[in-house]
Design a protein around this ligand. Structure first.
Ligand code: ME8
Length: 634
């Protein structure tokens, strides 16, 4: 049996929840996987998570848990999402999986033996956030972006991979394999970079614990990229070399320089194609938590998996960046799915119902406009297949939708409702209805890799049995007679989104909820005073030496308080909250320069600070135990 078509996504870091960017890559890969299966190919599809490294180690330490425990927690964000979205990967690999550890250690050993890995010392600037040593130019860039705090100087014993040795072999390989990196302009970037010269690559760390230990030298762990890239071998399970590795442009170099060099050193074949897509931007900017512009798939899921998949694949031209907006998202779905295809399908099916009682007629004669639709339909399927084979769903869908829109025009021009009035027009009406049916019947299987649920619904609305996804794309019989009548009660394909309503909801969700009203019954903040006024108040640490209740008062307690410089008599209204005995030796804060005041005949020389709301008891403010009477509080 021939090797399956093997495709991979990057493995995602577990330091964050997935955003639409991560979701996009896996959706694209999933569409390719489904498409290939539909073409009759065996497919192996791998996705997963990258779990080692300093960031995870630090985040776990901050939470006071083990790194693996953190990874286990966060990985669910990915596995749950992908399950909810019905992704069809064959394995979800985690770099903490036991078989992966074995792969990494075995390959490390192999290259140590061949001399492609050697031990030496490295000193340089290291970016903590990128988990990589950086060049001076990169360091300057980070500094210019105000990210200098992410740079540290590291000097450590390290294992190097002899990357410099592969400079020439890589360039030769690139020259001989024009499809190795797509799109072309990205390939050029890679070539230019390698032509600029390659230096050996540090691939181990002694400063990190959370990683796969270097076999035989366990104070080192394997640096994340050597670890991470090898996941594609671990997960191949007989399917190596990969046919398609999909990555974002951010990690292009790792996949087109380091990775092929590692593979050459290991004596393994290189992936056929590395496809680098651009970024989803938000507000025309890179998504980042600190900018608060991250779009999560959860926000879009209520519109359905198919909606997200369609939007991603239709709107993003692979290779380029694209700005995400909710408005654009909803406009696209309304225009193409609710109006475009949805409307076309429901109109066509209901006309077949109305004029032919559900039985699909076969065209007997085609006039020029019918023949044009017929020919374009046959061509559009072939075109869709060719473009999807080149992973260009954007273009494939574009072509299909141009065709679908032309069918609207065809209906308007043919006016079937007029044709139906006179039996003399039957051949023309048959041709129109037949053409519409065939076009939709070919559309459903084309869409099965993009919108599996919607495609199936369309298939069933056409009265067809089985699965749209099981129809071999290359073997669709355009003019096969309809096996059965169209569905008597077709289901709507896509419900129109009420954009205004959604935008209002979204805006109110985006506006932070008003602060929960304080449950405390406390007065509002008092009027502003300047610092000078505040500093006029003399606050001192005091210690209560004596305390007794004031006769005939359940509230007042008379105390003798040591304030360092002198002892004071102070009367406080704290008798409901404290027993005099409990106050002895307590440290308190005294307002020491308050004008004396008589309470129940006793002169009070100061006041104790207490916290309270309007309803409950006062809580005496207590300085720490090692503060001394007389300390000024300021
Ligand atoms: O880089 N638009 O993991 P990661 C589109 N663990 N795609 C985006 C995107 C955006 N705005 N942001 C991220 C890593 N992506 C490494 C990879 S592979 C051996 C190791 C996608 O969690 C895109 O595919 O940062 C990018 O390459 C990937 O997420 C990076 O995910």
């Amino acid at each position: 049996m021939s090797k399956p078509f093997y495709l991979t996504t990057p493995i995602y870091y577990v330091n964050d929840r997935p955003h639409i960017g991560h979701t996009y890559t896996t959706v694209l890969a999933d569409a390719v996987a489904r498409f290939r299966r539909q073409m009759g190919e065996q497919v192996r599809f791998l996705t997963g998570t990258d779990e080692h490294g300093q960031k995870v180690e630090k985040a776990a330490a901050a939470k006071g848990i083990a790194p693996k425990a953190l990874a286990d927690e966060v990985v669910a964000n990915y596995t749950d999402l992908f399950a909810r979205m019905g992704m069809t990967h064959d394995r979800f690999i985690r770099t903490t999986d036991a078989d992966h550890r074995e792969t990494v250690q075995a390959r490390f050993k192999q290259l140590l033996e061949t001399g492609d890995i050697y031990k030496s010392e490295y000193e340089g600037l290291y970016s903590v956030s990128d988990e990589a040593f950086v060049t001076e130019t990169q360091a300057k860039e980070l500094q210019a972006q105000g990210l200098a705090h992410q740079l540290v100087t590291l000097k450590e014993e390290t294992y190097f991979f002899r990357l410099s040795k592969y400079e020439k072999p890589l360039l030769e390989y690139y020259a001989a394999h024009p499809d190795f990196v797509q799109p072309d302009f990205r390939f050029n970037e890679v070539k230019r970079f390698v032509e600029g010269g390659l230096t050996d690559l540090s691939i181990s760390r002694t400063t990190i614990n959370w990683g796969i230990p270097v076999p035989g030298d366990e104070k080192h762990v394997v640096y994340v990229w050597f670890d991470a890239l090898l996941n594609y071998l671990t997960g191949a399970e007989g399917a190596w070399p990969a046919d398609l590795q999909i990555v974002g442009k951010d990690i292009l170099r790792f996949h087109t320089i380091y990775w092929p060099a590692f593979l050459m050193a290991m004596g393994l074949p290189l992936p056929k194609t590395v496809l680098a897509h651009g970024w989803w931007l938000s507000g025309n900017d890179k998504m980042s938590k600190s900018k608060g512009n991250v779009v999560r798939p959860d926000t879009l899921l209520k519109f359905g998996n198919d909606a997200i998949r369609f939007f991603f694949l239709r709107d993003m031209q692979v290779g380029y960046d694209r700005d995400f907006s909710f408005e654009g998202f909803m406009d696209r779905l309304n225009a193409d799915l609710a109006n475009g295809l949805g409307n076309l399908a429901s109109r066509s099916i209901s006309m077949i119902q109305r004029y032919r009682n559900g039985a699909v007629p076969t065209a007997t004669t085609l006039d020029a406009s019918d023949a044009a639709v017929d020919q374009a339909g046959r061509a559009v399927v072939a075109d869709f297949i060719a473009k999807a084979q080149g992973h260009d769903f954007h273009a494939a869908l574009d072509g299909l939708w141009i065709y679908l829109r032309s069918l609207d025009a065809y209906i308007v021009q043919a006016e079937p409702w007029k044709l139906a009035k006179d039996p003399a027009n039957d051949p023309k009406l048959d041709a129109v209805l037949c053409n519409l049916y065939r076009a939709l019947r070919a559309t459903a299987p084309c869409l099965a890799s993009v919108m599996p649920e919607l495609a199936q619904l369309l298939w069933e609305n056409l009265g067809l049995a089985g699965k749209a996804a099981d129809q071999r794309l290359g073997e669709l019989a355009w003019d096969a007679p309809a096996a059965s009548p169209v569905a008597a009660e077709p289901k709507p394909l896509f419900a129109r989104i009420d954009k205004d309503k959604e935008m209002t909801e979204l805006e109110s969700a985006a506006t932070p909820a008003p602060e929960a009203a304080p449950s405390l019954d406390v007065p509002a903040i008092r009027e502003v005073v300047d610092a000078d006024t505040f500093f006029k108040v003399d606050l001192r640490v005091g210690k209560i030496l004596e305390a007794e209740r004031v006769p005939k008062s359940d509230k007042l307690i008379k105390m003798k308080v040591d304030i360092g410089l002198e002892q004071r008599t102070i009367v406080g209204g704290i008798g409901k909250a404290y027993e005099p005995a409990d106050l002895l030796q307590k440290l308190v804060v005294v307002v020491a320069n308050l004008a004396p005041r008589k309470l129940m005949g006793i002169e009070s020389h100061g006041m104790l600070l207490a916290a309270s709301d309007n309803a409950s008891k006062p809580y005496l403010v207590a300085p720490p135990a090692d503060a001394q009477p007389g300390f000024l509080v300021k």
